[in-house]
Structure formats: C-alpha cells, structure tokens
Design a protein around this ligand. Structure first.
Ligand code: NAG
Ligand code: NAG
Ligand code: NAG
Length: 198
C-alpha cells in the first residue's frame, strides 16, 4: 500500500515536469490557443525547466530537466529529473506521451502524458508555443469539481538559461499575459553548482 500511495503522489507531481500545479476558483478556461502543426520529432530531446507555477506539492525541486525520446511504437518516452537543493534528494520518473488527437487535419500541440504505465487517457500537456530550438511554453488545466480547477504551467528552455532573444521573450510573455497569473510563478534554479548532470 505504501508503494501505491507513493506512486500516486509522484504521478500527481510529474505530469509536465515536476508539478507546477495551482488551484483556481474557476472552471478551466476555454479558447486556449495551442501550437498548430505540432511536430513531435522536432520537440524531442532535452529541455530545462525555467519557470513553473509554484505549488504546495512541488517541494522545492530545482534543476528540473525533461528528456523526450521516441519509442519504437512512435510514442514518446518521457524522462523527468529533479533535485531538491534543500536536502539533496532527487527524483526521476519515466513516462509515456502520445499526441492527444493525432488524426486531426492540423495537428495541435496536445499530448496525453502518463507515468508508471498508467493509461494515456487524459489530454494533459498542451504546448501553447515553441520554436523547438529555444523555448517551449506548456500548460494544462484539469477540473476539480465545477467551481475549481488545477492549472499547471511550465516554461522550458533548450539551454540552462534562456537566451536573451527579443522574439523568444516576446512570445513567452505574450502567452503569460493572456493566460497566466505571473505572481504565482516560481523560477527554477538551473545554475546552482549542486545541480546534477542528469
Ligand atoms: C478559493 O475559495 C476558497 C473557499 O471558498 C478560499 O478559501 C480560497 O482562498 C480561494 N482561493 C483563491 C485563490 O481565491
Ligand atoms: C527531501 O524533501 C522532500 C520534500 O520535502 C521529501 O519528500 C524527501 O523525502 C526529502 N528527502 C530526504 C532525503 O530527506
Ligand atoms: C487523449 O485523451 C483524451 C481525453 O482527454 C482522449 O479523448 C483521447 O482519445 C486521448 N488520445 C489518445 C491518443 O489516446
């Protein structure tokens, strides 16, 4: 039972990267613009987490990295790693992602991500924008009853610091202005000497 409880907790923590979940007293917003003509293969590889929604669950994890590789069945293997700078504990979690709606005429950046062999039955990882080479902005909202929802948000970068590229920063801030409560964001430490090389 203890193992099961642990797994359930970690699943909650790891949909996108580590957690990045915030509860809002509103239902999930609609009319969210997601990346169109999404290319899974260009999205593969390593990403560093730059920012996420702060969360009671996230437990001070920094140095968060995610790695996406193609499985033989064309699904994506998800490997998340994070390190707790306060007590030195690290987490690694393996998951699997598939495009939520692969048969759409215009493929959108919506994926179903699950961990520890759970079914991929939830569209819970929406890439709102990415240039594949520099940055990605990922969002998710799940209803908690009728009046509440839990939203997650991550800014990912191909490098441990985001390049000071005006166009990239404009695209990230454009999305933040539209969808995100910036007062609730947390910056992920990536430059700390203690960050392990995953
Ligand atoms: C949401 O509502 C609950 C109870 O109605 C309240 O305690 C809480 O502060 C509210 N949260 C926000 C973010 O407004
Ligand atoms: C470190 O802190 C996290 C979060 O508070 C906790 O889950 C974990 O068990 C701790 N690990 C160690 C080795 O103390
Ligand atoms: C992804 O999850 C959604 C439900 O959120 C479901 O409708 C869809 O069929 C799933 N996609 C795949 C490929 O399983």
């Amino acid at each position: 039972m203890q193992t099961l409880a642990f797994s359930v907790a970690v699943v909650c923590l790891l949909v996108g990267t580590v957690s990045g979940g915030q509860v809002f007293n509103r239902s999930c917003p609609t009319n969210i613009d997601v990346k169109q003509y999404f290319e899974v293969e260009s999205y593969l590889g390593k990403w560093y987490e730059m920012q996420r929604y702060d969360s009671v669950f996230e437990e001070n994890f920094d140095c968060v990295q995610v790695r996406y590789t193609l499985n033989e069945d064309a699904s994506v293997q998800v490997s998340n790693s994070a390190y707790n700078l306060f007590n030195g504990s690290s987490i690694n979690a393996l998951g699997r992602a598939v495009l939520s709606f692969p048969d759409e005429e215009i493929v959108q950046g919506k994926l179903n991500v699950s961990f520890f062999g759970a079914p991929n039955d939830l569209s819970n990882y929406w890439v709102l924008d990415t240039d594949y080479e520099t940055f990605a902005v990922v969002w998710n909202c799940q209803p908690l009853g009728e009046q509440q929802s839990e939203e997650s948000f991550w800014v990912l970068s191909r490098t441990p610091t985001l390049p000071a590229d005006t166009n990239v920063l404009f695209r990230i801030h454009y999305i933040m202005r539209r969808y995100i409560d910036r007062s609730l964001l947390r910056f992920t430490s990536q430059m700390d000497d203690r960050c392990p090389v995953f």
